[in-house]
Design a protein around this ligand. Structure first.
Ligand code: URA
Length: 234
């Protein structure tokens, strides 16, 4: 890897600031001062230091977050803080949410810079189950609740779409609280499914994705790295 790129990958410096640091004599390669930005370094063997501090290339990163309300899953800065603003890691903005949650939705959010892994989690072909808990505006019980459960299992035609949703599992915890398990990630899918069922979602929380559930001790706004077995489970 080119030295200026290595510096920009391992520090908060942009490529041009990395070049400036090189020119200023702040960088050593295997103990020798170095000024050439185009030189190639062996990322496993060579020792690069910036102002005396050894730089290490981080591999692909996989995180989970308890997304709070009023935080956005977008890359661009907008009205609300972004999820990456809550992550105090170098180059946090390189982490992409794995499937978005709405600004008012809470719960489990995965983030990574591994595009292939992200695709495996989100692609409907892989049928990865996402479990949501919805607080409903209107109570549903008895026959109405059973009808809704059957509709979700059969697939629901959402407004403006041409194909029904994949079979989903709906379970009423109380008449006003339902657990919905879906294997796709269409735009506002859960809220739109409840609209199609004649209801309205007052608040929404994602409990799990595949075999990974939000841990009880991860408070809203907190994050942690996924374990290797959690990463491999997808
Ligand atoms: N479905 C929704 O409607 N909103 C979300 O945030 C996630 C799934």
């Amino acid at each position: 890897m080119r030295l200026d790129r290595f510096l920009s990958e391992t520090t908060p410096l942009t490529r041009s600031l990395a070049k400036r640091a090189l020119k200023n004599g702040e960088v050593t390669l295997n103990g020798e001062p170095i000024k050439q930005s185009s030189i190639h370094v062996d990322t496993q063997q060579d020792e690069v230091k910036l102002n005396g501090e050894t730089l290490v290339l981080v591999g692909l990163r996989y995180l989970m977050m308890h997304k709070p309300v009023d935080v956005e899953c977008t890359a661009r800065r907008g009205l609300y803080p972004r999820v990456v603003d809550l992550i105090d890691l170098p180059k946090a903005e390189r982490l992409q949410p794995v499937g978005r949650l709405d600004v008012d939705t809470t719960g489990l959010l995965l983030l990574t810079d591994d595009g292939q892994w992200s695709h495996r989690v989100t692609s409907p072909r892989h049928r990865c189950a996402k479990v949501y808990i919805a607080q409903l505006a209107e109570p549903m019980e008895g026959e109405a609740a059973q009808w809704a459960v059957n509709q979700a299992a059969e697939g629901i035609m959402l407004d403006g779409e041409e194909t029904p949703t994949q079979p989903a599992t709906l379970r009423f915890i109380t008449p006003l609280q339902a657990e919905l398990t879906i294997t796709e990630g269409r735009y506002h899918q859960v809220k739109r499914m409840f609209v199609a069922l004649g209801n309205h979602v007052n608040s929404l929380h994602r409990h799990s994705i595949g075999g990974v559930a939000l841990p009880d001790d991860l408070a809203p706004g907190e994050w942690r790295e996924l374990t290797p077995s959690e990463v491999a489970s997808f």
